[in-house]
Design a protein around this ligand. Structure first.
Ligand code: 13P
Ligand code: 13P
Ligand code: MG
Ligand code: MG
Ligand code: MG
Length: 380
């Protein structure tokens, strides 16, 4: 029988500002989810990364299941009520609809799900992020499944030598394409190196198309039409025995990369790997965090988690991320710390630029002589 792992997540309020989903919200979610064990779910784990609540659920109902999605929706709705009562910041931020309609997709929460036959031993890692967007997984997914310098298993394990296939989404045109590595490595990189437009949704093993990884990739800022927060993503990745080892998955974060998000969802900054205790981004509302929760599935039961980035061996990655944070911060409101307009979350930026439009004039053909500034402050 197949088992399904579903991770559904949302930001329904922060204490204070955008820093943390407090225990009161996690309790509200857990209360609802706990009551669904046996009837709907096999097992669950509730946690938070910064102001985002992550609900990990296992069941036998397949992906995109109404009952499972409604359960998560109800839990997040109840947590929203608590957030409103406590007047938390951005209460209900990611619940964009007043009513549930069969699936959380398009309603605000992020969602990553996969269904598979549980192996004799089924190690998997759930990655949870805050202050960034789904394209943050492009570079690490590439390293995990296509770089032999990150994953020697690609060289050593015969079931991986045929490589992996990537389902890449074009976020702007709402299209997708399947690309195979190692054959199409360079073309794949041509796409996924563009973090503005392309995000990896799923990864499959080349020789048997077995699901290896899935990320949430709902683009909240586009769904709502105006700023409602970046869709701080989650991902599920299977490990060992024909997939990269757990340590090969984690190694992709040992040398921090720059991701979009951070303050107001408008800045590039480093992705800092942290344990659950340290997932409360506050400096300039960041920098972006990623947690890695390691589970072993046992007939759908979630044994664990092992808080994998709590390992001391990631201290240097954290130090480096903090140095990168200083370096990027020194640019203040200038690019490349500031995101290009097309990637900025706040729709108020175009408003600021719009207000300046009437002040612009054509540059004269012979623009070498000094212009006089009139008393009114215009160019003459
Ligand atoms: P152990 O010898 O600790 O089981 O580790 C084996 C291994 O393959 C580590 O990557
Ligand atoms: P969140 O997406 O985590 O709510 O952060 C939004 C923000 O504006 C941070 O400065
Ligand atoms: Mg928030
Ligand atoms: Mg968040
Ligand atoms: Mg965000």
């Amino acid at each position: 029988e197949k088992v399904t792992v579903s991770v559904i997540k949302a930001d329904v309020g922060g204490l204070c500002g955008h820093t943390l989903a407090p225990i009161e919200l996690l309790d509200a979610v857990e209360y609802v989810v706990e009551n669904a064990v046996d009837e709907t779910l096999i097992d669950y784990y509730v946690t938070n990364c910064g102001d985002d609540i992550d609900i990990v659920m296992t069941h036998n109902k397949g992906v995109d299941n109404d009952e499972v999605h409604k359960l998560a929706w109800d839990a997040l709705t109840d947590a929203t009520e608590v957030a409103k009562e406590l007047k938390l910041y951005g209460a209900g931020q990611d619940l964009l609809s007043d009513s549930f309609s069969g699936n959380v997709k398009g309603l605000g929460p992020g969602c990553a799900e996969m269904e598979f036959v549980e192996r004799r031993s089924e190690p998997l890692v759930v990655f949870c992020c805050d202050k960034t967007d789904p394209a943050a997984f492009n570079l690490p997914f590439y390293k995990m499944f296509s770089s032999p310098f990150n994953t020697p298993g690609l060289v050593f394990d015969p079931s991986m030598t045929e490589g992996f296939k990537y389902e890449v989404m074009d976020i702007i045109d709402h299209k997708r394409v399947l690309m195979s590595t190692p054959v199409e490595t360079y073309s794949l990189l041509a796409l996924i190196g563009n973090l503005e437009r392309y995000a990896i949704k799923r990864v499959y093993r080349g020789y048997d198309n077995e699901i290896a990884a899935v990320a949430s990739s709902e683009k909240l800022n586009m769904m709502a039409g105006e700023y409602v927060g970046k869709d701080d993503p989650v991902a599920i990745v299977r490990a060992q025995s024909g997939f990269p080892a757990v340590g090969e998955l984690l190694e992709a974060f040992a040398n921090p990369h720059l991701v979009s998000g951070w303050m107001r969802g408008c800045h590039w900054g480093p992705m800092m790997p942290v344990g659950e205790e340290d997932a409360m981004p506050s400096r300039f509302d960041g920098p972006a965090r990623i947690m890695a929760l390691g589970f072993q599935l046992s007939k759908g039961r979630l044994v664990g988690p092992n808080d994998l980035f709590a390992d001391k061996a990631f201290d240097k990655a954290r130090d480096k991320a903090l140095d990168m944070a200083d370096m990027m911060r020194s640019m203040g409101p200038f690019q490349p710390h500031r995101l290009p307009e097309s990637m900025m979350e706040y729709t108020s930026v175009p408003k600021v630029l719009k207000a300046l439009e009437s002040r612009f004039e054509e540059i004269p053909e012979n623009n070498c002589k000094l212009d006089k500034v009139t008393d009114r402050g215009d160019l003459e």
